[in-house]
Design a protein around this ligand. Sequence first.
Ligand code: ACM
Length: 386
Amino acid sequence: MAFRGAPITIGMLFSQTGVTAVLESSQRKAAMLAVSQINASGGLLERELVLLDSDPASNPARFKTEAERLLDEGAEALFGCYMSSTRKAVLPVVEARGSLLFYPTLYEGFEYMPSCIYSGAAPNQNARMLADYLTEMYGTCYFFVGSNYVFPYESNRIMRDLLSNRGATVTDEVYISLDPSEDEIAHVIKMVRSAGPVVVFSTLVGDGAVRFYKAYDEAGFDRTAQPIASLTFGEPEIQALGSGSATGHIKAAPYFSIIDTPANRAFVAAYREAFGPDCAICAEAEAAYFQVKLFAEAVRRSGKTDRMSIIRTLPTFSLEAPQGSVRVDGSTHHTHLWSRVAVVGENGAFQIMRESARPVAPDPYLVALENSLDDLVADANLGCFF
Ligand code: ACM
């Protein structure tokens, strides 16, 4: 491919080592796929798109120094971060340098940084549908377990509200290390057992999550009545766990690899051709893929690579992503995304049980989440009739 002019350089912040390497490696591959597709179709503004790589090792301090290095080496924008602790370490650097971070991971919401484009789900796009589904299908008793950092604390605060608004109770809320010992895991399994018939809501991430789900399987809980529900435990973690051990567990996310649309079939085929037929593809990888395409489309449309041109252009178009149509919201920098809830079937693959009819607008501060004006109007109308 003949390119003209200097390359356009972007930086990747995805861990290839450390506790969340399994998940972040799938995001890194997806971003690499997007870049290779863009270059194969002529590049950006006839310039080659070049990726600078890193391995921040699932460590917030390393994320910060790698972000500084990538920007020093000429990256126009950064793409990456999984744990919210790593995003929070990177954003001050990106803001101070006048650059942009495209963040492809579900998170706890309640944040707006001008220098961040959030392409993963905010709580109104995943936790709300999950709370509806759980309370309709599994009853009213819940046990929370999370990794010991900001996303689980904040996510649990929101999920507790959502569940209690639906008449459910949370019997316990416990946190274990990001890299938990066998004793920590065994202790929580014992607590779940003595809590009685509860559904577990897990905000565990990375290797610790895989080891907890393994222990849960070995403990013999009936997963048709007592599944683990989460926003995080997806296809790569199921593959690491072993598919037979995950049947019955639940995830809410904008994307599942079994979505049957031409755009998703093309994405899955290209990903597997590039990285192998057994690759597990998850929502966080899909966001890592389409956010590079969003950046590229904004550069094409504006003819520029500077932060303000990209920020101004992103909300002006929709993109056909593997999950369906997506669009960045100009006032929050979050993305209109699909809401879906899926359960792991006997074959280890997710089956989608519920999905939104259209993309759900981001509401990162949960302004309209519960007791919305619509609910109040409905109550008032009922009052009139009686
Ligand atoms: C996360 O920490 N946002 C999964």
